[in-house]
Write a protein that binds this ligand. Sequence first.
Ligand SMILES: O=C(O)C(=O)C[C@]1(C(=O)O)C=C[C@@H](O)C=C1
Length: 97
Amino acid sequence: MNTADTPTADTPTVVTSDDDAVHCGRERIDALDAQITALVLSRVEASRQIQAARVADGGRRVDLRRETEIIGRYSAALGRPGIAIAMALLELGRGRA
Ligand SMILES: O=C(O)C(=O)C[C@]1(C(=O)O)C=C[C@@H](O)C=C1
């Protein structure tokens, strides 16, 4: 929608196909974000269970070799932002290193 299409107090709101595309796109993004958030929470739970099992077995809560492998995987798939995503996921699962 360009400035000429922007509704004012004097003009009625006209829904254009641009508006539809933005609205539909945002609905899709909102649904994807809800799925991503649910997946992140599932990952947090899985991570906590692994850590608890390792600690109960006398091991360390953190496994840096595994973390390096995960960060490498996200980096290969998504580049530099993938590293930030992997580190955020790891922090959510184990707390601050
Ligand atoms: O894979 C493991 O061994 C885990 O404990 C899970 C996890 C993770 O969240 O991915 C969490 C802590 C470890 O330092 C490494 C990885």
